[in-house]
Design a protein around this ligand. Sequence first.
Ligand code: ZN
Length: 476
Amino acid sequence: MNEKRKQRKKKKRPTAGEPYPVTRAVTHIRLVEVNPGKLAALDALAPVYLALCQAYVTLFCTTESPNKLRDPLYQTPLSERWHRVAIMQAAGIARSWRSNRTTAYQQYQDDLARHQKHQAHGQLSAHAKEPQWRAWNVPTLREPCIQANVNVVKLEESRDSTYDYWLTISTLEKGQPIQVPVKLAVYHKAALTDPKTHRGKKLNSSVRLNQRDGVWWLTLSYDEEVTQETVAGAPVVGIDVGIANFVTTSTGKQYGSFHKNLRARHKRDRAKRRRKAKLRACLQKKGVKYLPSTSSRTGQRLIRHVKHEINHAVHQCFAEPEHQGVQFAYEALSVASMRFKARAQNAYLRASHLGHIPQQIAWNSQKRGVKATPVISAYSSQECSVCHYTDHKNRPDQRTFRCQVCGFEAHADYNASVNLSRRVGDRQLRACRDRSAIKAVLMQRHETWKQQQGMGNTSPVKRRKRGESSAAVSSI
Ligand SMILES: [Zn+2]
């Protein structure tokens, strides 16, 4: 509880005009090998570190609660300092895994309660299944990623002009650190130079080292003060998140998509994993001890690619000339709403990494000093943005919104983004305890709309034909 309260405090959103710190990373700095074999000591350290870190991740995810200052438990050839770094990193990984699992479990219990309520009232549809809880696997660390502090990796500015920095990395051999030069690319240098003073920015002492396909990469970071520039009462742009279109705004713009080649790649990857799983099962039957993993390198690459596409889409949305000086409202995605968005295609949902989108929106708003508010997303895709009539029948298919009452017709994502844009500061909705209360509020608004239209108590009329609706907002 205490931990939770602390986290909430940390996540408090900045207020206008007040500067807040943001940690920015400079990634993809390739470690150059000046003479062959120089990085061999680091290559030797990586698997040992990875195994130790994994041991603590498993410990912190199963028997103990994450404690980054825990006393060393396992035997390792690594130095005590490295050991502490591994414990700290493992505690961080386990903490976020645990909090994600808690959220999912809560969601499951809510779903179950709703299911049982419907069952008791005999409102269950024929094909409704009872929600099932599936145990989560403990995270598996695949590729070496070392979150190092100054106790094990020291970063120093280079004195000669050939290189920019030197890394002093302690190794498995006591008192035998290696010195690795760091050469920055022009764009790295630009990112690390203050545009006003033309001086280098002060770097944080902790660095990250990644090994991918045998190559070592360095990530540096620095702290920056950002001030929120959004003025009070700035127009709100709603953002709807989805698979077909990663980002749809209430200004009628769409950015990024999981469809096209990402979908094809995902299908290929899935087929490959299925084949591997079959092979695994076959080998297991025969009593083979070491089974091949079902995760693939192409699969990992696909995940990176999807996330990259999402980053690009969100960046475009924030950089859009039309979106300067506005504030954003985006949906606080829950597992339930994600499930709804993806319908029966769960594998597809996982592959699309929808959850990465709100994270990116939050990060972009933070680093740019633009206000972005997560809002309640319940029924945002079923509510009519003209008359508030809320019904799943308003969605004849995944991409179409067609109001059963007023006949308003639009792209479903666009209609949802307009709804979201209006939910900033909507106290009445925020006070609702559950989804049924939210639906009641929306339907009450629909009644008010009907009174204003002088429609009185008419039942939903049969939908009008396309283009007939007079109340329709200009289509996108
Ligand atoms: Zn309507």
